[in-house]
Design a protein around this ligand. Structure first.
Ligand code: RET
Length: 279
């Protein structure tokens, strides 16, 4: 096995090239990803005044996440298309001469920004004391960053003959992941006690969304183990894109919705007509 080609995608690409179907699907899935981030950026900017001022930091954090995700996903799509040339005699896409190998590593570095922001943002929608928010923020930043850094190291070993380091770093990362899940579960469940039924039900939906969408990332990490072929290449980028849209965009929209409900219940009158005063 060629150990110089970090991500498993390159092993398949370098060994036999990939079909136009795989090439197109990945290019289009990646394009969908950054297009959604740009569209959602406008949503978070334009809806900020539909929520009461104390909830607005959540929208600001969604904006930060959208900008960083847009940039990284744009470059990810560029890197994909620049990796290949089309070979007319074989009908396959092959590594372009002098092209850089394809890497998923940039995504991990993007998560380093987005994961703490996504975790932090929920704390502006719930009732929480300043002290507790600071404690949770520190744990979110610590465990979130450790989860990503250890996973980032692990993914360098996915195309090696010996997968031991891949699994060990993956396991360490998973321990930090469980800590993050535990913290967010507690935040959500506690927050529901001080909210109306309607807002609390939506918080519960956010928990389900959070759990399912965040679980997709370790699934993508393990992709070369399950599908070590072209379907795995498409499967991994599709998993990342679905997970990114769910964990960043839909999550942000749902938090905005809870903030709108709470604003309305608190008598906040929006000049955009989404929330209206309780009469
Ligand atoms: C890794 C390594 C393998 C083990 C686990 C992982 C978890 C990653 C997660 C990433 C979440 C990213 C988000 C990004 C949004 O921008 C690092 C893949 C458990 C949960 C939400």
């Amino acid at each position: 096995m060629n150990t110089g080609l970090i991500n498993f995608e390159n092993l398949i690409i370098a060994n036999q090239g990939i079909s136009p179907m795989t090439f197109d699907m990945v290019a289009q899935i990646l394009t969908l990803g950054f297009a959604v981030m740009l569209a959602a950026l406008f949503y978070f900017v334009l809806t900020i005044r539909t929520v009461a001022p104390q909830y607005r930091i959540s929208s600001v954090l969604s904006v930060v996440v959208m900008v960083s995700a847009f940039l990284i996903l744009f470059f990810q799509a560029q890197s994909w298309t620049q990796t290949f040339t089309f070979n007319f005699s074989t009908g396959l896409y092959e590594l372009a001469p002098g092209a850089e190998a394809f890497s998923n590593g940039f995504r991990y570095l993007n998560w380093l920004i987005d994961v703490p922001m996504l975790l932090f943002q929920i704390l502006f929608i719930v009732n929480i004391t300043r002290e507790r928010r600071a404690v949770l923020r520190n744990w979110f930043f610590f465990s979130g960053a450790m989860m990503i850094i250890t996973g980032y190291i692990g993914q360098f070993y996915e195309a090696q003959a010996d997968l031991t380091p891949f699994f060990i770093w993956g396991a360490i990362s998973t321990a930090f992941f469980f800590h993050v899940l535990y913290l967010i579960f507690r935040v959500i469940q506690e927050s529901r006690k001080t909210m109306s039924q309607r807002a609390g039900d939506n918080m519960q939906l956010i928990w389900y969304l959070f759990f399912v969408s965040w679980m997709l990332y370790p699934g993508a990490y393990l992709m070369p183990i399950f599908l070590n072929n072209e379907a795995g290449i498409v499967g991994r980028q599709l998993t990342y894109t679905v997970a990114d849209i769910a964990s960043k965009v839909i999550y942000g929209v749902m938090l905005t919705y809870v903030a709108q409900i709470r604003s309305e219940e608190e008598g906040f009158v929006s000049d955009m007509g989404v929330a209206k005063a309780a009469s």
